[in-house]
Ligand binder design. Structure first.
Ligand SMILES: Nc1ncnc2c1ncn2[C@@H]1O[C@H](COP(=O)(O)OP(=O)(O)OP(=O)(O)O)[C@@H](O)[C@H]1O
Length: 228
């Protein structure tokens, strides 16, 4: 595949604790993610999936190694610059949706666009199109508590891609959903990646859903290893 490299992690090292509690988690992890590809990160609990996603998403610094987003090395950038790259290039989806409860589904999806300076009408139009794409166009005026778990998660995905990021990072996005809805959410992520050239890295414990992605990787002894 010759698509451009959206995210490159090289030689990532990360530990927690010191002295007696020293716990090395990532020990030279490498990963390349290209535009339009979906990669499942399937690894046992505690091996460092969330740690890797946080480092990839510029939420944490590695002890060693380099993170390149769209060719830009993020090592040594100011916090402001890292925040700007995160806002413009990276979307996040978590196991629990983290939607703002006092706003409607539509408003939740508009929010990142308004923060990015888009006019209200344009943000509303794009939010509405994303809701349609996720097949929940009829639920736009509802608040998160009025939506089912699967609907909430689809709103969260729509919000994560509202500013057309280059990279989508998802940490157990279907962990609390029933199998049918989980399959639906994975399909939506896949279709988005294919259509918009998004590069998606999705941590999941679900091997069946992982098999829907272009590639599967795991973490073994602190390194990223390709799964067949
Ligand atoms: N802030 C922290 N301080 C100390 N240890 C931590 C910290 N964050 C994570 N850890 C430990 O690092 C290891 C990796 O954590 P991480 O959350 O990345 O794993 P994971 O693969 O995402 O696990 P799960 O599938 O259970 O979410 C775990 O053993 C965890 O207890």
């Amino acid at each position: 595949m010759n698509a451009r490299v959206a995210l490159q992690l090289s030689g990532i090292e990360r530990h927690y604790g010191e002295g007696d509690t020293f716990l090395p988690i990532l020990k030279g992890a490498d990963l390349t993610l290209r535009s339009g590809e979906t990669v499942a990160l399937v690894a046992p609990s505690g091996t460092g999936k969330s740690t890797l996603l946080h480092i990839a998403g510029l939420l944490e610094h590695p002890d060693e190694g380099e993170v390149l987003v769209n060719g830009t090395s993020c090592n040594g950038l100011s916090d402001d610059r890292r925040t700007a790259i995160r806002r413009n290039e990276i979307g996040f989806v978590y196991q629990f949706h983290h939607l703002l409860p006092e706003f409607s589904a539509l408003e939740n999806i508009m929010m990142p666009q308004l923060i990015a300076g888009l006019p209200k009408a344009e943000a509303a139009e794009r939010a509405s199109a994303l809701l349609d794409y996720m097949r929940i166009g009829h639920r736009g005026s509802h608040r998160p508590t009025e939506l089912s778990g699967g609907e909430q998660q689809r709103v969260a995905i729509a919000r994560a891609v509202a500013n057309a990021p280059l990279i989508l990072l998802a940490d157990e996005p279907t962990g609390n959903l029933d199998p049918e809805t989980a399959g639906y959410v994975f399909e939506a992520l896949e279709a988005l990646a294919r259509q918009s050239g998004l590069a998606a890295l999705i941590a999941t414990h679900n091997h069946e859903l992982a098999s829907l992605m272009d590639r599967r990787v795991t973490i073994e002894d602190g390194k990223v290893v390709e799964l067949k």
